[in-house]
Each structure stands twice: as C-alpha cells, then as structure tokens.
Design a binder for this molecule. Structure first.
Ligand SMILES: Cc1ncc(COP(=O)(O)O)c(C=O)c1O
Length: 455
C-alpha cells in the first residue's frame, strides 16, 4: 500500500516537474515547493496565541485576554447539568446542521424583540462555533478576489486575516480621538469617525463593511447618528454590513445599543453576529450565531455546511435554555442581561479608580468589558528602542508581564501594520474579573508606583 502511495507521489512529482521546472533527483528540490497555500502568507502570527502563552508563563494577575474569571450564571450551569441527566442521551448526538432547533427558535424570538421584525428561525438564524466562526463564514461567503472590505480601526484583530484568506483587501478607516473637555477623563465616545474620511473609503470595489459595536478594544458604543452615516453609505454603494455585536448586552451608564440591522434599508444587507460566550460569561462554550435575511444567510450556511457543519449539541441545548429564561425575564431586574452590565459597570469603575490612583489614564468605555489606558506615567521603566520593529506598547506589555506579573494586551494589536505605531502608549485591560483579581492588580500597580517614586 505504502509503496503504491510512494510511486503515485513520484508520478505526481514528475508531472509537476514539467510545469514547475522542479528537479526531482535532489531531496532539496523536492522540499523547495512551499507546502502552505498562498492565502496563509503573512498571517501565521496570532497575538492571542503569543500573549496567552506569555500570560500563562509569567502573569500572576491576568487582565489580558477577554474572558470572565467569575462563574457563568447558576441557571446556565444548571441547564448544562440537566442536559447531561438521564433521558437526554440524544443530546450527545448530532443535531440540525444550521442550529439545534430549540436554540434557533429562542434566538429568533429574542431577535424579533430587539429588531422589531418577524424572523424565521430556520432561515434567519444560524448557529456557529462562537462568533469567530460566524465571522469566518461571512468573509468566505461574501468576499471574493479583488473585493475591498472597510474595517474601522482599532478592530478585533481577526478581521484582517479573515478578509485576506477570502482573497479580499481590508481598507482601514480610523476612529480619531478628540481631547476631552475640562480635564475630564477621555471617554470611548471621544473616538469618532470623520464622515468625509469614511465616505472616501467606499468605492465600486467595496463589498462589505465590518462594524463592531460595542467595540473591542475601546468599548465605544456607536451612536444612532454614527450608525445612520454608515447605513447611508452602505445603501448608497450597495455594500453589505457584517455587524459584530458580541458585546450587545454590555453597555453602561444608561447607553443604548442600537442594532444597525434595525435601521432603514439595512436588514437586507446586514448579518448580525453574536456570542453566547460573551452573553452568558461562558467563553469556553464557543456558541455563536448569525442573524440576517435568507438571501445572505443561505451563503453563510453553504460555508458552514462545507467546513464545520455542526456545533456541539449539548452546549446549544444549555444556551437555548439560558435564552428561554431570559425571554421570560426580558426587561425585568432579575434578567441576566440587566444584572451582568450592572455588575460589570461596578468592576469598570473599580478599575478606573485603581488606574487613576497610580497615574494611568483610562479611556472610560461605554460598553464591552475592556478598557484602554495611557501608561505614559510608567514608561521610564521600559526604555524605547529606536528603530525597533516591535511597537512600543508590545514591548511595554511583555516587560510588565515578565517583571510585574500583570498581563494586558497592547493596543497596537488592534491596528493594521501601517498604523501599529499610532498610539504607542496605550494598552488594553479586561475588567470582567473577580474583585479580588482587580485588587491584586491594584497591589501590583501601587507597589510599582512606590518603587518608582522612591528610586
Ligand atoms: C469583537 C469580537 N468578536 C468576536 C469575538 C469572538 O467571540 P467567540 O468567543 O464567541 O468566538 C470576540 C472575542 O473576544 C470579540 O471580542
């Protein structure tokens, strides 16, 4: 068998020789053909792989990657236990490819409420392995060679390589900071799009825009006016909107999260993406979804059925029960969608207090569980290296992890190569953490500050 495989490989290589000019006699020549597909060029590095490893090795307090260190709510854990109990053995088997029926049904009911339109659970909702897979399916489904995709900077880092893998090109447009008034702390709302600059990025090559509101890393919640501006351009240029709304329930200070799919002309051109990981503080479950018109979702389903095909039934069942509870409690104070942002706002405020006390200036986020802050006050401990390839915030964050045991993520991670050095003094902290974790971060920063002032 093996011999035959060997001879067919030789036959294959001989065939290649004539077209590619390879010499088959030398071992080196055989190895010279790249094994990886062209679409992988330049995307082999992934910040999460690198920083998660560093954090695991060095950090005592991890405010880096975005996940809660507090438990998922009891009702969700109970739902999982029920799904594992007797009489439910079929939940260990495959379910419907495009989403476990109880989950797509309840998602349709929830989204009917928030979008104000009727939805068909079978054609307007599809379940994915986390929002990450939903994003991947969308880019594969809609982006072709030569297409451009408008990406608002700073952005969740996977958008750019996913666009590239689909054969498209990302066209970046920045959120630009405005100085806050009267010595106030900067807010994520101070980071805004320039309407003329945004409009200039749309052309006949533009296939889609990626919107992420509330935005990771800044925590910006796009206002109605900003969303209307984006919507107008999408309609004018017949552009799709891939709307990543994984932090949809995490908004603070009475802010409203507006779904772009609910704006005039947008339902037909928008796929809205969500995540049970972020919604129910269970990021390891990797259950996500897409909601949109059948004319778009039919192509997302094509990618899904030919790649992942199916998501874990038992996790879908438990998430369905979690949503069922939320549907019953919708808008009531006991709802997790009301409770979680309340708790997280307190944690946000605690982290702001901790940072301000040592001279690190936070940008107050209106949503998400991230906070970007200016670490200029601590720069003198980590000298700049002139002409270094590594952005300063990366060096600073790695130094902080190794020397102080505190993990965070450099802001440059969320910028394209050309703009990585635009904000060298900013890093991102995650505040979805137990109070004890935030206090441990406080201890590290206080001690560091004391050492600095006494040296
Ligand atoms: C903006 C954004 N989109 C998508 C994801 C991926 O979500 P999931 O864990 O459900 O795949 C994340 C995770 O951090 C995120 O921050």
């Amino acid at each position: 068998m093996l011999r035959r495989a060997g001879s067919s490989l030789r036959h294959f290589l001989v065939e290649r020789k004539s077209s590619a000019g390879y010499s088959l006699c030398s071992r080196e020549a055989k190895m010279s053909r790249p094994v990886q597909a062209r679409r992988l060029e330049g995307i082999d590095k992934n910040v999460w792989v690198e920083f998660v490893k560093l954090a695991a090795t060095y950090s005592k307090v991890n405010l880096g990657q975005g996940f809660p260190d507090f438990p998922a709510p009891d009702f969700l854990q109970e739902a999982l236990k029920r799904a594992l109990s007797e009489g439910t053995h079929m939940l260990h088997q495959y379910t419907r490819a495009f989403g476990h029926p109880p989950l797509v049904k309840v998602l349709a009911q929830i989204f009917e409420k928030v979008l104000g339109r009727e939805l068909d659970p079978m054609t307007n909702v599809m379940v994915t392995v986390g929002a990450y897979q939903a994003l991947f399916c969308c880019f594969q489904a809609f982006v072709d060679e030569g297409d451009e995709v408008v990406v608002i900077e700073p952005f969740f880092d996977c958008y750019e390589p996913m666009v590239k893998m689909a054969g498209g090109t990302s066209v970046f447009v920045p959120l630009r900071p405005k100085a806050p008034k009267d010595g106030k702390l900067m807010s994520s709302a101070d980071w805004q799009l320039d309407p003329a600059e945004l409009a200039s990025k749309f052309s006949e090559r533009t296939k889609a825009i990626v919107l992420n509101s509330p935005n990771n890393p800044l925590g910006k919640v796009f206002s109605r006016g900003e969303l209307e501006l984006i919507a107008e351009l999408c309609v004018k240029h017949d552009v799709l909107c891939i709307s990543d709304e994984v932090y949809e329930w995490l908004v603070y200070d009475g802010k409203e999260h507006i779904r772009i799919a609910s704006l005039p002309g947008m339902w037909d051109r928008t796929v809205t993406i969500g995540s049970a990981g972020k919604t129910f503080s269970a990021t390891g479950w990797k259950v996500g979804w897409t909601v949109g018109p059948d004319r778009l979702l039919q192509h997302v389903r094509t990618v899904h059925q030919n790649s992942v095909y199916h998501c874990a039934t038992i996790a879908q069942e438990a998430v369905a029960q979690g949503f069922q509870r939320e549907l019953t409690l919708y808008g009531k104070p006991e709802s997790y969608f009301v409770q979680l942002p309340k708790t997280l706002q307190q944690k946000r405020d605690l982290l702001i207090q901790i940072l301000v006390a040592v001279g690190i200036k936070p940008i107050v986020p209106e949503g998400t569980y991230f906070l970007v802050a200016d670490i200029s006050e601590f720069k003198s401990d980590v000298p700049e290296v002139p002409n270094s390839d590594e952005p300063y915030d990366c060096r600073f964050t790695k130094w902080m992890m190794k020397n102080k045991g505190l993990a965070a993520i450099p802001l440059s991670t969320f910028y394209s190569e050309a703009h990585k050095n635009n904000y060298p003094n900013f890093i991102r902290f995650c505040f979805a953490k137990e109070e004890a974790t935030l206090k441990a971060a406080n201890d590290i920063l206080q001690k560091w500050k004391k050492e600095k002032t006494s040296s």
